[in-house]
Design a protein around this ligand. Structure first.
Ligand code: ADP
Ligand code: TRP
Length: 331
C-alpha cells in the first residue's frame, strides 16, 4: 500500500483550483491508500495572520475538507501544528539544505518580486517544511496541482540527501500524483494561467460561493471583442473560459460553444451564463455541506483530535527512527 500525504495552507476559503487540482484527488485516494491530509497552518505564518484570522481559516479548511467528502475514519485528517514532530524534522532538514538551492526555488523568487518587504526565513525554507510534512510519514505519493511540482522535486533532493548522508535507505522518494494524468492547473477568471487566491481573489470561484456570486464573477470575467476569422486561435482569457467549461460542463456543451467560436457567431454572454450555471451546479452539494458543518463545533473538535492522535503516532515513529540514525541516542 502507498502512503499519501498532502496539505493546503489555511489562507481563507478554498477555490475550484484547490478542489480540482488537489482536494478532489484526496477524496479519491482515501479509499485505497494510507492517507494523511493536513491543514498547513505552520506554513501560513509566513504571512503573519492574526490569531483570530488564523483560527478562522483553519476552521474554514477543516469544514471544506469534510464537505468535499474527506472521511476522518478512512484518512488521517489533521492540523499541522498539532504535530510538532513536523517542526523537529524541518529543523533537521534545514541543516542540510543549501541557501543557494532554496533561493533558486521559483515560488521564493516570485515572492521576492511581489512582496519585497516581507522576505522572511520561513519563505526561504518553505520547501524544507513542505518536505518535512511529506517525509514525516514516509509518503510515496503527493496529490497536488502543477504549481507544486518543483517543491516535490526539492523534497526528493532532501530525502535522498538524508539517505546518502547517513548511508541508509530510510526515506522513499515521493512523487506528485494525479492518477497517471498531467498535473492540473486550473486557470483564473481574470485571464491568468492559475486560479489563485494569493495572486488575485477575483480570479477565483470559491467552494462556499452562492450561485448568485458565481454568476456575478463569471459575467465579469475577462474576454475580448470576439473572433473575426473562422477557426482563430483563442486568446488566453477566452481559452481559460473554455478550459473551465471543460472542467464543469458536459462535453457536448463544450463542443457547442467551440463550434460557435470557430464560425465567429459566439456570444460571450451566453458562454458565461452557461459556465456560471454549470459551476453553480458543480459546487452546490459542497456548499450545502459547508453550511451544515460550519456550526458543528463539537464534531470538528472530535475530527481534529482523532486526526492529531493518528498523525502523531506515525510522526513519532519516524522521529524516533531518525534520531537513532542521526546519533541522538539516549544515555
Ligand atoms: P493559492 O494559489 O490559491 O494560494 P494554494 O497554493 O494554497 O492556493 O494551493 C493549495 C493546493 O491547491 C496545492 O496542491 C495547489 O497545487 C492546488 N492549487 C491551487 N490553485 C490551483 C489551480 N489553479 N489549479 C490546480 N491546482 C491548484
Ligand atoms: N505548498 C502547498 C501549497 O502551497 C501546501 C503544502 C504544504 C503541501 N505542505 C505540503 C502540499 C505537503 C503537499 C504536501 O499549496
Amino acid at each position: 500500500m502507498e502512503t499519501v500525504v498532502s496539505g493546503i495552507r489555511p489562507t481563507g476559503n478554498l477555490h475550484l483550483g484547490n478542489y480540482l487540482g488537489a482536494l478532489r484527488n484526496f477524496v479519491k485516494m482515501q479509499n485505497q491508500q494510507r492517507c494523511f491530509f493536513f491543514i498547513a497552518d505552520y506554513h501560513s505564518l509566513t504571512t503573519h495572520p492574526t490569531p483570530k484570522d488564523l483560527h478562522g481559516n483553519v476552521k474554514n479548511v477543516l469544514v471544506e475538507y469534510l464537505a468535499c467528502g474527506l472521511d476522518p475514519e478512512k484518512a488521517t485528517l489533521y492540523i499541522q501544528s498539532d504535530v510538532p514532530e513536523t517542526a523537529e524534522l524541518y529543523l533537521i532538514l534545514n541543516m542540510n539544505a543549501y541557501v543557494g538551492e532554496l533561493e533558486r526555488c521559483t515560488s521564493f523568487k516570485d515572492k521576492v518580486r511581489t512582496q519585497p518587504n516581507n522576505i522572511n526565513a520561513g519563505l526561504l525554507t518553505y520547501p524544507t517544511l513542505m518536505a518535512a510534512d511529506i517525509i514525516l510519514h514516509k509518503a510515496t505519493k503527493v496529490p497536488v496541482g502543477k504549481d507544486q511540482e518543483q517543491h516535490l522535486e526539492m523534497t526528493r533532493t532532501f530525502a535522498k540527501r538524508f539517505n546518502r548522508m547517513y548511508n541508509v535507505e530510510y526515506f522513499p522518494e515521493p512523487v506528485a500524483y494525479n492518477f497517471g494524468e498531467e498535473l492540473l492547473k486550473v486557470p483564473g477568471l481574470d485571464g491568468s494561467l492559475k486560479m489563485s487566491k494569493s495572486d488575485n481573489e477575483n480570479s477565483c470561484i470559491f467552494l462556499a460561493d452562492t450561485a448568485e456570486s458565481i454568476r456575478k464573477k463569471v459575467m465579469k470575467a475577462v474576454t475580448d471583442a470576439g473572433p473575426t476569422q473562422p477557426n482563430e486561435t483563442k486568446p488566453q482569457a477566452v481559452e481559460n473560459l473554455f478550459s473551465l467549461l471543460k472542467l464543469v460542463s458536459k462535453p457536448n456543451v463544450v463542443q457547442h460553444f467551440d463550434a460557435l467560436y470557430n464560425d465567429c457567431t459566439i456570444r460571450y454572454g451566453d458562454l458565461k451564463k452557461q459556465l456560471a450555471e454549470d459551476m453553480a451546479i458543480f459546487v452546490a452539494p459542497i456548499t450545502e455541506k459547508i453550511h451544515d458543518l460550519a456550526s458543528n463545533d463539537e464534531y470538528l473538535h472530535r475530527v481534529a483530535k482523532l486526526g492529531a492522535e493518528k498523525a502523531r503516532e506515525s510522526a513519532a515513529q519516524t522521529i524516533k527512527e531518525i534520531r537513532e540514525i542521526i546519533g541522538f541516542k539516549s544515555f
